[in-house]
Design a binder for this molecule. Structure first.
Ligand code: ZN
Length: 66
């Protein structure tokens, strides 16, 4: 059984777009689970860091409500 990656937060330093990704499998879908560019301003230089507990909670809630 593959071990999912730890949740990560993607941040665009240009337009302040931010998204936390919680990986449920090792099969990543680009644009859904992983971002190579900002969907808002199309910048390719995204910052990424391990998601904080609050960000993980917020993302879980977002997925639950959608
Ligand atoms: Zn952006």
């Amino acid at each position: 059984m593959p071990i999912p990656l730890p949740p990560r937060t993607f941040i665009c330093s240009h337009c302040h777009w931010q998204r936390t990704c919680i990986f449920t499998s090792d099969a990543l879908q680009l644009g859904v689970d992983w971002f190579s560019h900002c969907p808002s301003c199309q910048r390719t230089k995204l910052q990424t860091r391990p998601a904080s507990r609050a960000e993980i909670m917020r993302e879980r809630l977002r997925q639950f409500l959608s």
